[in-house]
Design a protein around this ligand. Structure first.
Ligand code: NAD
Length: 446
């Protein structure tokens, strides 16, 4: 059994047994061998290839995602230690727990899992109950492709997550909200379990004047791609708001409007809002009269279909909820600044986001953004695509979280870099032992 049927016995006993079994498998050494690790990674690849239709289907049922959108889803040794060889040997951490979120429910579960397995850990994945079709898909398919005794999927909501956190894990990677992230960290502290928190934030996007129509159009295409065609803005690295010069705002708005019209010719080209609660949260932003009066495009909401039109807002008040909370939906505020350089001051006054985007050819501005602001990542002249690169780490800083993964960073996330020193019996320096005198200080210095 690679998954847990919770009705069969009380949750405490069931999870205690589960963690105990995983630890036994890990302690047997089976997960450490190269062959096992490669076989698990091959299993993951096969799962993604052979079960693609099932994944499309689950993502469609959970989020109304179109198939096309789902697809995109050696060391200096001191003299006293001479001769010796020093090295760093990565070792697996043990039994790890991965919490994933509903908005990219396959990627946010399997990407960290690939790192955990590559490093040789046993793992539990706890997907989000808010994407039930995808959770059911993972419960059914992970045991078919991966070692079912070393990899488990535990389905369930907050209470299951809380119960799991009562046990000792060797690492917890949590993707989700700051509120739950805090709870996870508090519970992990009891067992001194290290955590990585992948949280949310408001990701800003600076849009500088671009002197060619073609490049402005490319920028607008990419902004739309990073907002409305990425789970309708329900993505941690979706663009949250734009920063533009006052005089450029009307031009940009017109271009956004005409391109939105061309892109979204059918309603099914945009994923729907997850559920009633999230829909009401977004509709609530627009219920603030000051915010409603800043709408310059869209603004229609449909509670029946849980859809919200792509919406542009010009200068909603900076103290309104839409400008103080993460939007996580298809509403895009445009904030104007006198000079584009003023946007750096604006960014520095806000918590550190997961990503900063800027569309610009201005190399000085790019340098200032890199050097003067802090964020998980910076992307110039595109957005969201940084997530797909496995050569750069993905993760937050400050309020947007900590701990980085993707590519080799996923392996590092779930490994301990063990320092290993191998000495020989050949040379023996007596100045390192008593009786002491001052002449030994000089020798010890080397
Ligand atoms: P959430 O924090 O409510 O849930 C995340 C996970 O935690 C789920 O598996 C859930 O079942 C579990 N959980 C919920 N309550 C729990 C509790 N009390 N104890 C233990 N586990 C519990 O998720 P959400 O609020 O729906 O997610 C949205 C947030 O996630 C946004 O802020 C978004 O930006 C962020 N996010 C971040 C990333 C990233 O990679 N940094 C990716 C996706 C989403």
């Amino acid at each position: 059994m690679g998954s847990v049927a919770m009705e069969e016995m009380p949750m405490d006993l069931e999870f205690g047994k589960l963690v105990g079994e995983l630890r036994e498998v890990y302690e047997s050494g089976r997960t450490r061998g190269l062959e096992w690790r490669l076989s698990q990674l091959r299993g993951l690849v096969r799962l993604l290839e052979e079960e693609e239709e099932g994944i499309f289907d689950a993502l469609y049922h959970d989020l109304g995602k179109h198939r096309a959108e789902s697809f995109r889803d050696e060391v200096h040794t001191p003299l006293v230690a001479f001769p010796a060889t020093a090295m760093v040997v990565p070792e697996p951490l043990g039994v790890v727990l991965i919490f994933s979120c509903w908005n990219l429910p396959i990627g946010l579960a399997l990407e960290p899992l690939s790192g955990a397995l590559a490093a040789g850990n046993a793992a539990v994945v706890k997907p989000s109950e808010l994407a039930p079709y995808t959770s059911a898909f993972l419960v059914a398919n992970v045991p078919r492709y991966l070692d079912p005794e070393a990899v488990k999927v535990v389905d369930g909501g907050a209470e299951v997550g809380e119960k799991l956190m009562e046990y000792r894990w060797d690492k917890v990677l949590f993707t989700g909200s700051s509120r739950v992230g805090q709870l996870i960290m508090t519970k992990a502290a009891k067992h001194l379990t290290p955590v990585a928190l992948e949280l949310g934030s408001k990701c800003p996007c600076i849009v500088d004047w671009l002197d060619s129509n073609r490049d402005s159009q490319v920028a607008v295409n990419r902004i739309i791609g990073a907002k409305w065609s990425t789970c309708s803005g329900q993505a941690c690295i979706a663009i949250d708001y734009l920063l533009v010069e006052e005089e450029f705002a009307p031009i940009l708005i017109e271009l956004l409007k005409s391109t939105l019209k061309r892109f979204f010719t059918k309603p099914e080209y945009m994923a729907r809002i997850l559920n009633e609660k999230h829909f009401q949260r977004l509709a609530g932003f627009l219920a603030d009269r000051r915010v409603a009066s800043s709408v310059v495009h869209g603004g229609h909401v449909n509670a029946k279909t849980l859809t919200i039109e792509p919406t542009l807002l010009l200068n909603p008040p900076l103290d309104s909820d839409i400008m103080t909370e993460e939007i996580f939906g298809p509403l895009l505020p445009i904030i104007t600044v006198k000079k584009i350089e003023d946007s750096i001051k604006f960014l520095k006054s806000k918590p550190k986001p997961l990503a900063i985007y800027a569309f610009t050819r201005n190399e000085k501005l790019k340098r200032r953004i890199i050097e003067e602001t802090s964020s998980g990542s910076v992307t110039f002249n595109d957005a969201i695509v940084q997530y797909g690169l496995d050569t750069i780490p993905f993760g937050g800083v400050g309020h947007s979280g900590f701990g980085q993964y993707h590519g080799k960073y996923s392996f590092e996330m779930f490994s301990h870099k063990k320092a290993v020193l191998k000495r020989s019996f050949l040379l023996e320096f007596m100045f390192r032992y008593p009786p002491w005198d001052d002449s030994k200080i000089g020798m010890l210095r080397h």
